[in-house]
Design a protein around this ligand. Structure first.
Ligand SMILES: C[S@@+](CC[C@H](N)C(=O)[O-])C[C@H]1O[C@@H](n2cnc3c(N)ncnc32)[C@H](O)[C@@H]1O
Length: 295
């Protein structure tokens, strides 16, 4: 018996449509959270916006941390995915790259544009879901994709993200990713007596839902959009996603520090890098990954 393409594809259509709709709802929850926090982040001393304005050579601590790994970016066409208020994007522009920042939060993009104008840097900021980036920015137009520091956890499907990265890069172009370690994300933030695994390590279809009033920077602002939905992605899932998307791994370095106070009460911060006070050798907290698109 033969069956037409329409017949065989039929049963899958509703499921895919449902997944997209459900993810859109999750994205809307997260976008509201980020929109509300963006102005507070721009006003917080932790994002050091006034230092960008006062000193044209100032770059963010996040980019500074990775300077030895980043290499020369001068002249590269770069895109920063999930750029938030653009301080890392501006930092890369200050290192000589021609930068575009992309984020789905209109308030974040508005802050990023304002900061770049005040700082005197010519950076393009675009409002878009990261999954739509190749359609919005074009394919294979970038030498460098930069992303990370609390970015991948907002994405339900890391393999799809990897395909986006590969689509944006020209052959031979490079991904630079610094991210919170998936093992760190599993740890119960409310237990200060032991490192207890509480959250998923492997990617799950359903997100983990949180309802938290604060944010990760110093601020007096009060928020009402406190719900978030996030997803974990194991290190193997991230690497395999990139390999399957046509990328070649060129660096994977795990760090015992992370650029925010990820496990409050158990960490000590210095120059924006936070380490476990006790036994920092027991848990990787972040990693830097580089990969190149195969020619
Ligand atoms: C923690 S911030 C990124 C951190 C950035 N490194 C920083 O500190 O400036 C996360 C950003 O991801 C953005 N984001 C979350 N989900 C997204 C999606 N699906 N598409 C595009 N941007 C997204 C949020 O709007 C937010 O600005």
């Amino acid at each position: 018996m033969t069956s037409s393409r329409a017949e065989t594809a039929g049963p899958f259509r509703p499921r895919r449509a449902t997944v997209i709709r459900v993810n859109e709802e999750h994205f809307a929850v997260n976008r509201a959270n980020w929109d509300e926090r963006a102005p507070a982040h721009a006003a917080s001393p932790d994002y050091a916006v006034e230092a960008f304005v006062a000193d044209p050579a100032h770059i963010s601590e996040v980019v500074r941390f990775d300077l030895p790994r980043l290499g020369d970016v001068a002249g590269l066409r770069g895109v920063h995915l999930q750029c938030h208020i653009g301080t890392d994007t501006i930092s890369l522009a200050r290192l000589g790259a021609s930068m575009t920042g992309l984020d789905f939060s209109p308030a974040s993009v508005a802050q990023a544009r304002k900061i770049a104008a005040r700082a005197g840097n010519d950076v393009t900021f675009v409002e878009s879901n990261v999954y739509d980036a190749p359609e919005v920015l074009g394919r294979e137009g970038f030498d460098l994709v930069f992303t990370g520091v609390g970015a991948l956890c907002w994405l339900p499907d890391v393999r799809r993200w990897a395909r986006v990265v590969a689509a944006l890069l020209r052959p031979g172009g490079r991904l630079f990713l610094r991210e919170g370690h998936p093992m760190m994300w599993t740890i119960d933030e409310n237990r200060d007596d032991a490192l207890v695994v509480r959250y998923p390590y492997f990617e799950q279809a359903e997100p983990t839902a949180f309802d938290e009033p604060g944010t990760y920077v110093e601020t007096d602002a009060e928020f009402v959009h406190n719900e978030t939905r996030d997803w974990s992605h194991g290190l193997g899932e991230i690497v395999t996603g990139l390999l399957d998307a046509g990328m070649e791994l060129t660096m994977l370095e795990e760090h015992d520090s992370v650029p925010w106070d990820a496990l409050p009460g158990r960490m000590r911060g210095e120059r924006n890098e936070w380490r476990l006070v006790e036994h920092p050798e027991r848990l990787p907290l972040s990693y830097t990954l580089q990969a190149v698109k195969r020619r």
